[in-house]
Design a protein around this ligand. Structure first.
Ligand code: FES
Length: 155
């Protein structure tokens, strides 16, 4: 009988144990690094239309506007009258601040540098170099007894 047999078994076990431990450690360290360096391709879901609530939304009635999410983009929805709504990209064309609607002055205003747009999104004062991107607004009827739903879509 060979005296080295128990040592060989122990050696094989240690080799296996260390090999799998080192392999596991390498996988545990390298996998997150590789995932970080090359994130999976995930196509951004294209948003073409968003429901922005009812025409009698208290925020719209009280403040005259609200900011909605259009996919990843902020959009300002303005209540011009009881039946007329307009929507524009809410990102100022100067340095990307979020604009707001000033009901009392009937203007879209950017408080970062006092930029001003009219109710058609045209830049009329201050540093904004171009108009706000318009969005299309339609009202979807919910029957005679319920307020319509505001639907915003890309122009
Ligand atoms: S970011 Fe709007 S005016 Fe400068």
């Amino acid at each position: 009988m060979d005296e080295a047999t128990p040592d060989r078994g122990r050696r094989n076990f240690l080799n296996w144990f260390l090999g799998t431990s080192v392999g596991g450690l390498c996988v545990a360290v390298l996998y997150p690094v590789i995932r970080f360096v090359s994130p999976p391709e995930e196509p951004e879901a294209a948003t073409n239309q968003v429901e922005a609530g009812a025409t009698n939304d208290p925020e719209l009635v009280d403040r005259g506007f609200k900011i909605i999410r259009f996919g990843a983009d902020p959009v300002i929805l303005i209540r011009v009258s009881e039946t007329e709504f307009r929507a524009f990209a809410a990102t100022c064309t100067h340095l990307d601040c979020i604009v707001e609607f000033q009901k009392e002055h009937e203007r879209i205003w950017c408080n970062c540098h006092n930029g001003e747009y009219d109710l058609h999104g045209r830049n009329v004062a201050g540093p904004p170099p171009k108009p706000l991107e318009p969005y299309e607004v339609n009202l979807a009827s919910n029957g005679p007894s319920r307020p319509a739903t505001i639907v915003v879509s890309r122009s």
